[in-house]
Design a protein around this ligand. Structure first.
Ligand SMILES: Cc1ncc(COP(=O)(O)O)c(C=O)c1O
Length: 293
């Protein structure tokens, strides 16, 4: 979901809190010129970002693989986020941290400086209708999708995802699933997808080039703990038409059972429900660890 422009909203940009029209990025920044940026979206529960370290690892690793200059340190970004949550008076929120390839040095004999900004929004504005209702609807995007070499990184070049998301909006669905030209279901525009078939929890392989979702990896862990056999497996649209359960995962929506897939109604949500309980328990454990620490 795209952030709403709210006049007066505080953002943290390159080391300081800015509001409204002060919140600008240089036109020389490669993030602004060419979409050369990486970001993380995470959920803040009671003032504490969940799975912070995992999100920072994904960001820093992608920055290294894609040849970005070293971004602002996770400690700096965390301080920025805490400051921003205080400034906006938010405790249950969605946070986005963006780093860009920055302003090239060279001519002025200065090293390239990365850009970084952080923003927070109230949670309610970002939840899908289906998340609020406890069961979502999903369609298949009509545009075949190839993740390419950037699909495994959370880059700010989002046009392909946004076009598919627009298809979902028009169809009044929560999410559009992206399918490869060979007919493999890959992921949603902002989520990973799971299907329960023959007693197994299946999810498309990372080798297909999709985003290694943080929630996806936690769900695979919770499956082990709950005794649900789970593995990566290429899924087709036909599989989702017969699967016992289908569910979507992302850091904001958590784990959402799909109750409507295209024209199909799916009644069973029991495994997704168990996994959501495990997820919420992990969130609660992390908060109490933080309180004790
Ligand atoms: C394309 C895509 N796949 C999967 C996900 C889910 O990732 P995560 O669980 O890390 O939020 C996202 C999140 O926005 C995404 O954009």
């Amino acid at each position: 979901m795209t952030a709403k422009v709210t006049p007066g909203r505080a953002l943290w940009i390159n080391g300081r809190i800015c509001r409204g029209e002060e919140a600008t990025l240089s036109l020389f920044d490669r993030g602004a010129r060419d979409g050369e940026g990486l970001f993380e979206t995470l959920r803040v529960y009671d003032g504490r970002p969940f799975a912070w370290t995992r999100h920072m690892e994904r960001l820093v690793l992608s920055a290294a693989v894609l040849g970005f200059p070293v971004p602002a340190s996770p400690v700096t970004l965390r301080t920025a986020l805490d400051e921003l949550l205080r400034a906006e008076g938010l405790s249950d929120a969605v946070a986005r941290i963006t780093v860009t390839r920055g302003i090239p040095g060279g001519i002025v004999k200065r090293a390239t400086r990365t850009g970084a900004w952080a923003e927070v929004e109230p949670l309610a504005a970002r939840l899908w209708r289906g998340t609020r209702a406890g069961a979502a609807s999903a369609i298949v995007s009509k545009r075949p999708f190839e993740p390419g070499p950037l699909g495994a990184h959370k880059t700010t070049s989002r046009l392909a995802y946004h076009l598919a998301r627009e298809e979902a909006r028009v169809a009044r669905a929560d999410e559009a699933l992206l399918v490869s030209p060979a007919g493999e279901v890959l992921e949603g525009t902002t989520s990973n997808v799971f299907a329960v078939m023959g007693g197994e929890v299946l999810t498309p392989p990372l080798a297909s080039g999709i985003l290694p979702g943080i929630t996806r990896s936690l769900v695979l862990r919770f499956c082990v703990a709950a005794g649900f056999p789970a593995r990566e497996h290429a899924l087709t649209v036909a599989d989702l038409h017969v699967a016992d359960e289908v569910f979507l995962t992302n850091s904001v929506q958590e784990i959402v059972p799909v109750a409507r897939f295209q024209d199909r109604r799916i009644e069973d949500r029991s495994i997704a429900g168990t996994l959501l309980e495990a997820y919420r328990a992990q969130v609660a454990r992390d908060s109490s660890d933080a309180a004790e620490g």
